[in-house]
Design a protein around this ligand. Structure first.
Ligand code: 5RP
Length: 211
């Protein structure tokens, strides 16, 4: 599996050119991209999507920037699931909020996954993470439990100090669901990504596929 993730990361890193501002996602697939990029010795400024990625990029000697000052030319990020319309669920690592802030603003957003992440319908294999304010998490959990089959609070605190509720069940209307969930008071962000994907790069046993 690591080999497939690495293949996808290698292909995606070819889109990164000298002088670019790069949004850098979070997770095990992105770790390969950071390693590959750091070996290429390009002059890039990296905008990290989590404290974990920030630490890793700093250790690799990369120059760091902020979304407050810069717009990424490209963002490279992983996903938990990808459907045929290039809709995603993200947030397995709990970084969905910063990821969406950066990935949605990138001029080009490249998703890197191994082939096990491809699904017909989102929600097939992984729950949908929803970041909520601790102040109202139990109230929001009850409301989400009316929409989803099961909702579980993850034993995890996000970089913003919030909680994650993992919501189980197939999602047939990702775009409407993304907007609807963010309309619930107490929800900070949800892990449905239904906009701005430029390319999905898939590391497969038979090679790398891009769509
Ligand atoms: C983190 C994410 C990750 O991109 C997603 O969970 C995929 O991770 P991995 O590459 O480790 O499978 O959304 O919040």
């Amino acid at each position: 599996m690591e080999e497939l993730k690495k293949r996808a990361a290698e292909r995606a890193c070819k889109y990164i050119k000298d002088g670019m501002i790069v949004g850098m996602g979070t997770g095990s697939t992105v770790k390969h991209a950071i390693d590959i990029l750091s070996k290429r010795k390009l002059r890039v400024v990296v905008i990290p999507t989590s404290v974990e990625t920030e630490d890793r990029c700093r250790e690799a000697g990369m120059e760091l920037g902020s979304i407050n000052e810069l717009i990424p030319d490209i963002a490279i990020d992983g996903a938990d699931e990808v459907d045929p319309e290039k809709n995603l669920t993200k947030g397995g690592g709990g970084a969905l909020t910063r990821e969406k802030i950066i990935d949605y603003r990138a001029k080009k957003f490249v998703v890197i996954v191994d082939e096990s992440k491809l699904v017909k319908h989102l929600g097939e294999k992984h729950p949908l993470p929803v970041e909520v304010l601790p102040f109202a998490y139990e109230r929001v959990r009850k409301e989400l439990a009316e929409i989803f089959e099961k909702v579980e609070k993850r034993d995890f605190v996000t970089d913003q100090g919030n909680y994650i509720l993992d919501c189980y069940g197939k999602i047939t209307n990702p775009h409407e669901m993304e907007l609807m969930l963010n309309n619930i008071p107490g929800v900070v962000e949800n892990g449905l990504f239904t906009r701005n994907v430029w390319k999905v790069v898939v590391g497969a046993k038979k090679g790398v596929k891009t769509f």
